[in-house]
Design a protein around this ligand. Structure first.
Ligand code: NDP
Length: 288
């Protein structure tokens, strides 16, 4: 029979997780600070309780999905966590996750931190490709893996409780860089009446897909220490093109502010004598 689950936090994300467990027939106890948000779930079969402490007492597996780390400490302040398996899906920093793991251990609970790589509509939809990074107690993950993979996929990234949050933030950061480039590209064509954004978008998606393979090349460099291996566009050639990018932006009346930090780092790398390498060395320039 399915493992009983307790879920604290019925915001958009918590509610999506709750519905997935209910749909799969898991006995579910829920609590939310604002009680009205739990009412629809009661009608769908969840046991709604009035306090977080009661909710924690109801199941061994306790999942929290609240706004931020401070709200987790607040919500669980009066709960008895001894013998509990606490899974924290609340977004936070790696340091917060490690401190929360220590906090849970001191209260007698096993702890697993999660970083959700999905938006609420992707939860309960296996083909959406969503998943959660988990790190912390491998024993907890092994024991409750079945229940935890009901709402969405799961990738366990090790015993260090901070590593789920670190993977989450690293992927988000890469995405922001990609969006920055995409927004600059659209800005360049913004005033051109005869370039349709929708047609341009297809070209952009194809190009980004083709270029994404270079992520593996950077990884290969970082692991081998040889930053020239397999380089098809060397840094000297790339930096020689910087004025073209900047002049084009200026010509189109577009601010270069998203572009200049990256171009500047590549110029610094070239000045330090890495012209025959690719751009991997930028990673080392960033690490203080
Ligand atoms: P919502 O803003 O919809 O919900 C926030 C939840 O936190 C509510 O249940 C709220 O209760 C509760 N809460 C806030 N402060 C406190 C507190 N001090 N004590 C007790 N409960 C509190 O957020 P989401 O559900 O969307 O997000 C939840 C977590 O999931 C966040 O950490 C978010 O970063 C993460 N996440 C969300 C994604 C998304 O697309 N939505 C994507 C990936 C991760 P109340 O109803 O009483 O206000």
């Amino acid at each position: 029979s399915a493992t009983p689950v307790t879920l604290l936090g019925l915001g958009d994300m918590g509610t999506a997780f709750a519905r997935a467990w209910l749909a799969a027939g898991y006995p579910l106890t829920v609590w939310n600070r604002t009680a009205a948000r739990a009412e629809p779930l009661a009608a769908e079969g969840a046991t709604v309780v009035a306090t977080a402490a009661e909710a924690v007492a109801a199941s061994r597996l306790v999942v929290v999905c609240l706004l931020d780390d401070a709200s987790v400490g607040e919500a669980l302040a009066d709960a008895d966590l001894a013998g509990k398996d606490l899974v924290n899906l609340t977004t936070g920093t790696p340091d917060q996750a490690r401190a929360r793991a220590e906090w849970a251990r001191a209260r007698g609970a096993r702890f697993l931190d999660g970083g959700i790589m999905a938006v609420p509509p992707m939860i309960g939809v296996p083909e959406s490709g969503g998943y959660v990074f988990y790190s912390g107690s491998g024993a907890l993950f092994e024991e409750h893996g079945t229940a935890l993979t009901v709402p969405t996929g799961a990738k366990y990234v090790g015993e260090n409780p901070g590593h789920a949050a670190l993977h989450d933030v690293a992927l988000l950061s890469a995405m922001y860089g990609m969006f920055a480039g995409v927004q600059h590209a659209f800005a360049l064509i913004r005033k051109e009446k005869d370039i349709a954004p929708k047609e341009f978008a297809s070209l952009l998606v194809g190009w980004l897909g083709a270029m994404s393979g270079s992520v593996h090349g950077i990884a290969e460099h970082l692991q081998s220490g040889d930053y020239t291996k397999g380089v098809v566009s060397n840094l000297a050639m790339i930096v020689a093109g910087n004025p073209t990018l900047l002049s084009t932006a200026e010509g189109q009346g577009v601010s270069p502010e998203l572009l200049t930090p990256y171009l500047g780092l590549m110029e610094r790398l070239l000045a330090e004598g890495h012209g025959d390498e690719g751009t991997t060395g930028v990673v080392d320039l960033l690490v203080r």
